[in-house]
Write a protein that binds this ligand. Sequence first.
Ligand code: UDP
Length: 324
Amino acid sequence: MRVLVVGGAGYIGSHMVKMLLGAGHEVVTLDNLSSGHRDAVLGGTFIEGDLADIDCLNKVFEQHQPEAVMHFASYIQVGESVRKPDIYYRNNVTNTLNLLEVMLKFEVKKFIFSSTAAVFGEPDYVPIDEAHPTRPLNPYGRSKWMIEQVLSDYDTAFDLRSVCLRYFNAAGADPEGQLGERHDPETHLIPLILQAASGRREHIQVFGRDYDTPDGTCIRDYIHIVDLCSAHLAALEYLNQDGSSDRFNLGNGSGFSVQQVIDAVQKVSGKQVSVINGPRREGDPARLVADATRAKKILSWQPNFTELETIVSHAWQWELKQLR
Ligand code: UDP
């Protein structure tokens, strides 16, 4: 298929472009390079452009005639979204509406949307399935939940079929070492610990040790980036075979605590990490774990890299490359 990957120069998007190319699809990447990296797009056509620019979008669709769109381009920092809700709603909501408008104009009606576990807010129970109530706690989560609702209405009114994938904690790196996480500033746990192990950072701060969990630190569901991308590939296939619009939670189904992640990094890297115990970070639930049963069943998807050490070792391989 001809697939337009919006945000294909970012962490998840770049791994997706690589996987789509490997599966024989034709890929066009559109990215404004606000946080992505041109050299992370390993093939296909690259266009530097912004979703705010409708003329640019019209040209991309006219020239490349995509048959499906995957949308990875959004702002992702929870704390920043609280301080700057305007830019989060503009980029994550308004710009997505632009994209959908142009898709409808060109009659492109298959859409895969990067959503988030943040649509659930503080969980009533874990693991979290799709029936769990959605109560996002911040503008980031709300922006994603808004688009999920827009997509439901666009399906009803315009027959635009979509799959919303709610990511838990995307982690790891390309097992072949070509791609990895390069956020600036980096806020995610695994790369921060790896940077502390490699010497790029002095220490890691643990946000709270007084949670109601076995070791007192927060538990999250870290899903390998390749497994995340293979779920998108499965979703593409699903839409292509006339699957109806749906939403799926994506995680590997087992939770790991912050301390377990630190231990795994120390084991994999053979380095000691300097740890500072800090206060809780506002809005952090104690435990977030996905129930991905529906994705497994309906998309026939299966995560392959579920061991924490595998996830960490691929990310460590990438971190070592950054030092050169
Ligand atoms: N965390 C931490 N120190 C850091 C960054 C994160 O202790 O410097 C914790 C955070 O409180 C959460 C987990 O690590 O429990 C994962 O955080 P991250 O920001 O990577 O992802 P999130 O779960 O917020 O999407």
